[in-house]
Design a protein around this ligand. Structure first.
Ligand SMILES: C[S@@+](CC[C@H](N)C(=O)[O-])C[C@H]1O[C@@H](n2cnc3c(N)ncnc32)[C@H](O)[C@@H]1O
Length: 291
């Protein structure tokens, strides 16, 4: 993002989108964030007694399994810019009977937290929303104790595919539709400003090393996203990042896109009426602070 104002506007919109999504986020019968979060936690392997920070924790897809692994002596702090997400995450922790969790509304790009106070920093599908994530990586290194780790996920970004979604969606969401988005949200802008460093593993490794990390490991693995039907997938898409697109489309374009997606996704279902299963490539990144 080029100016403070552009950054603020962007963050205000992201916050509003996730506040609006919080009540149904990840709860409309589509499996994606939860299996991805569990896999990230498995790779990060938090141990008993560790202090975990989850940046952009949402409803706790990584925070809550991590909290369980570090219990009883360890703690997990979840921060998110969207207060409604934090409230829902608190309810979810209570529902699951997890008590070693703390939740705070905070901009994850500039966390106001004491230096060297965590053993593990997590961020599943969240650092991708930070206007200057590379600068934030150095702040995360400062927050980690010696030998601390970072672990995050991102989509496997590929130029000219619809951002955040696997390639099968690219022909279904024509780039012309994206002209309705503010310019800063056009895929080529998003790519240049937010995501280009995540695309090539060499750039990603260099960014982490520059921020003070070592032993970078990058693993691309598919998550099998499952939805009961095309319609269930489209309803769910209003509760995650794609909400930003839906919000900007004129009604007729939104209705046509809805129909197109439902038809194409239902065509993927097995003849016996099984669920829609979409292979989504996910990038898992882990690294250790270099001290
Ligand atoms: C796609 S959701 C992922 C949530 C969760 N990590 C999960 O895996 O389900 C992205 C989250 O990042 C949060 N977020 C976006 N920008 C942020 C920022 N600057 N600081 C903190 N959280 C942010 C959003 O509010 C949202 O909860």
């Amino acid at each position: 993002m080029e100016t403070a104002t552009a950054t603020d506007t962007y963050k205000t919109k992201v916050t509003a989108a996730f506040n609006g999504a919080a009540a149904t986020y990840d709860r409309l019968g589509v499996e994606f964030f939860t299996p991805m979060g569990s896999r990230l936690v498995e790779l990060a392997a938090p141990g008993p007694g560790e202090r975990v920070l989850d940046i952009g924790c949402g409803l706790g897809a990584t925070l809550l399994p991590a909290a369980q692994l570090v219990a009883p002596a360890g703690t997990a702090l979840g921060i998110d810019i969207a207060d409604a997400m934090i409230e829902e995450a608190g309810r979810e922790a209570e529902r699951q009977g997890i008590t070693n969790v703390e939740l705070r509304v905070m901009d994850g790009e500039h966390p106001e937290l004491p230096a060297r106070s965590f053993d593990l920093a997590l961020g599943s599908y969240s650092v991708i929303f930070l206007p200057d994530a590379r600068a934030a990586l150095a702040r995360y290194a400062d927050l980690l104790a010696d030998g601390g780790r970072i672990a995050f996920t991102s989509p496997v970004f590929t130029r000219d595919t619809f951002p955040f979604l696997p390639p099968l969606f690219t022909p279904l969401i024509p780039f012309e539709l994206l002209q309705h988005l503010p310019e800063a949200w056009h895929p080529e802008q998003l790519h240049r400003q937010l995501h280009s460093w995540l695309e090539d593993p060499r750039d990603l490794t260099a960014a982490l090393e520059k921020a003070g990390f070592t032993d970078v490991e990058i693993t691309d693995e598919p998550v099998l996203m499952t939805a009961e039907s095309g319609e269930a997938w489209v309803d769910w898409s209003h509760t995650q990042g794609m909400r930003l697109l839906w919000q900007h489309l004129p009604q007729d374009e939104a209705a046509a896109l809805r129909e197109r997606l439902i038809t194409a996704l239902d065509a993927l279902r097995a003849a016996d009426g099984g669920p829609v299963v979409i292979e989504v490539p996910v990038r898992y990144v882990t690294a250790t602070v270099a001290r």
